[in-house]
Every structure is written in C-alpha cells, then in structure tokens.
Ligand binder design. Structure first.
Ligand SMILES: *Cc1c(COP(=O)(O)O)cnc(C)c1O
Length: 360
C-alpha cells in the first residue's frame, strides 16, 4: 500500500514536508544537540522561533497592527470559556448563532459566565438541504457585548461564507477553517482556533484579539486564560506548549512556500468542488447540505443504502483512505480535506467511491 491519505477531522493530517522536517530536527534542534522540547521557553533561541511563528502568521493572514496574536492552552473548547470570560461581563448580553454542533457547545459554555446568551438563529432545513437562517431573520441584540459564530461547522459540514454584517464585535471559532482562504481580519473582534485541523498539534489554540477588547476580563478568569495577561506576557505567562508552537511555526512556513492563503484558497476550492461534483452526480452517495452552505473543509456524505456503511469504511481503510467515519453524533461519512490534503487524496477518494459503487 502506498502512503495512506488521512481524512480525519482532527487531529488531522499535517503536511508531510513539515513532519519530515520535525523528524530530522527532533533530537538536534538548531544545532543545539537537544530537542526543541527540551529547551526553556525563555531561551533566546526559542523566543526567536516563537516570534518568527507569530510574524509568519501575521503575514499569512495580513493581521492588522491593532490585533494581538495569542498562543493559548486548551484547544478550541478552551476558547469557548475564554471568550465570554474575557469579552463580556457577567450581566451582559451576548449573541450566538447556532449553526451546528460546535456552536451549541460554545453556547452551553457561555451560559456559565454570562447571564443573557441570546441565540440569534439556527440551522434550517430547506428543499435543497441543511442551511443557516438568512441574516435578515436573525434576532440580534443591539447591546450585545459580542456576536459569536462558527463559520465552518466541522461536524455538520455547514459553512457560513462571507462575514455577516453585524454591528457588535464579531467573535469567530475558526478551528476548522483558519488559514484555508483569504480573510479580512479587520472585520472581527476575536478569531480563535484550536490547532489540530489546520495548524498543528491538539491542545493548543490561537486567539487573535483586537486590542480594544483587552482589559475586560471577568475577575474570576483563570489567569492562564486571561487574554490581557497573555498579551502582556507574549503568551508566556506560564510555560506554553512549546512543541506545538514550534510545529505551528513550521506549518506557517510551509504555507508561505505554497503561496500563502490565496493559493491555498484556490486549491481548497478546487478540491471541494471536485468532491461535491462527484457526490452530486451520483445516486449512490449524497451530501445533505444546501449548496450555498457547504463546507470547503469537511465534506459529509451518506450512502443511499446505509447498510453498506461498515463495508465502505472497512474497504476504504484497506485502500489507505483513513478517518472517513462521520462524527458519532451524525453518522455517515465525512471527508475532512484541510490545507494539508493534496488533490491526489481527493482523486484517490473519488476513485475508491466509484469502485465501491460499481462492486456494491
Ligand atoms: C475541533 C473543533 C473544536 C474543539 O476543539 P478542541 O481542541 O477539541 O477543544 C471547536 N470548534 C470547532 C469548529 C472545531 O472544529
């Protein structure tokens, strides 16, 4: 079997080039004779690497000067707590769009820290599939401390394309779509992402915070989750996940070599279009999402005959196509096709799907 293609939703595949480089320098980083994991985060060599990673991310996303980039603990869900604690007061109102499973988890967490969590709208079922209520139908609160949404619902495969026109600071959970295409960061108050889909190892997170939103943390906010403290300490209030930071830095350099997010966006578009087109022309497979709300990163699909699911997954795995099982909440299949997935992976998947249908 040739090298497998890994369609896992997360932790997801990382660029082979990055993994190879990490392996080569694993025992001897920067000619120091030790691993990057064995050096103090205060060592100037480490600090230089950490600053370069931030610089590269800033360049890739064209992050304006008035935003702080924070390297945080606790993955995506850690930020579900950090956002309400840092950006809202306990008596405030905050708005959440409920477009899928990750939004729901974020809402549940916000309710612990903020009194009024207003769900502005949710997912809707249309004749053309699952979709998100139109912006005109959202019940926005004029006084909300922020508006939170998840532009790419990883489990449901539903995406909200384009930034919604909302007059309060916009907070976005971009765990599964950060760096996948160009983005106007200046439209946002906070962008955050757990790292394990498009950035690096799990347990790590990046928060990009507009600086006027600092200084508002609720008094009982855990210090390691306090944006203001982490901004003041350059994300080194306590020991950061140094290995994850390093690996993220390698991924950022890899992205720059690929031509940045503009090039990634074109490739991601082409990858997703090819897979959706194949699914749409088939009566054996189907995608349950309205075409205008389809994710470019996570492509769920169902077999017309669900009794074949186990056979599909077993044969796919035998063919080196890994991680295609849909999330346990929704079933079916899901192909996660983040930045590191090459077009060859899409071609191999489509070929397998065609072959499976022929033999069924
Ligand atoms: C994966 C994911 C999360 C959760 O990340 P953890 O690091 O497991 O906490 C949150 N939001 C979205 C959109 C995700 O895809």
């Amino acid at each position: 079997m040739s090298a497998p293609f890994n369609f896992s939703a997360g932790p997801a595949m990382l660029p082979a080039e990055v993994m190879q480089q990490a392996q080569e320098e694993f025992l001897n980083w920067n000619q120091l004779g030790i691993s990057v994991m064995e050096i103090s985060h205060r060592d100037p060599v480490f600090v230089r690497m950490a600053e370069q990673a931030e610089q590269d991310l800033r360049e890739l996303m064209a992050i304006p000067e008035n935003y702080r980039v924070l390297f945080m603990h606790g993955g995506g869900r850690g930020q579900f707590t950090a956002v309400p604690q840092n950006i809202a007061g306990p008596e405030d109102t905050v708005d959440y769009l409920d477009s899928g499973i990750w939004s729901e988890f974020a809402i549940r967490e916000a309710k612990k820290y903020v009194k009024h969590v207003n769900v502005v709208a949710g997912a809707v079922t249309t004749e053309q599939g699952k979709a998100i209520a139109a912006v005109n139908d959202w019940q926005l609160s004029p006084q909300a401390a922020y508006f939170h949404y998840c532009p790419n619902e990883t489990v449901d495969g539903i995406a909200l394309h384009g930034v919604p026109d909302v007059n309060v600071p916009i907070v976005a959970d971009m765990s599964s779509n950060i760096l996948s295409e160009p983005l106007d960061v200046s439209r946002f108050g906070v962008i955050y992402a757990g790292a394990q889909k498009n950035i690096g190892p799990s347990g790590f997170a990046i928060a990009i915070v507009r600086d006027d939103l600092l200084g508002r943390a609720q008094g009982n906010t855990s210090t390691i989750m306090d944006y203001t403290v982490q901004a003041a300490e350059n994300s080194m209030y306590n020991t950061p996940n140094t290995f994850a930071w390093y690996l993220a830095g390698l991924v950022f350099q890899w992205l720059k070599r690929q031509g940045g997010v503009a090039a990634m966006g074109r490739l991601n578009q082409a990858k997703a279009a090819k897979l959706y087109d194949y699914i749409d022309q088939s009566s054996f497979y189907r995608n349950p999402v309205h075409p205008a709300y389809r994710s470019m990163m996570n492509v769920p699909f169902l077999l017309a005959d669900e009794a074949l699911n186990d056979a599909f997954l077993a044969q796919a795995e035998a063919a080196g196509l890994l991680g295609l099982k849909g999330h346990r909440f929704v079933g079916g299949m899901r192909a996660s096709i983040y930045n590191a997935m090459p077009m060859a992976g899409i071609d191999a998947l489509i070929e397998f799907m065609r072959e499976f249908e022929r033999n069924a």
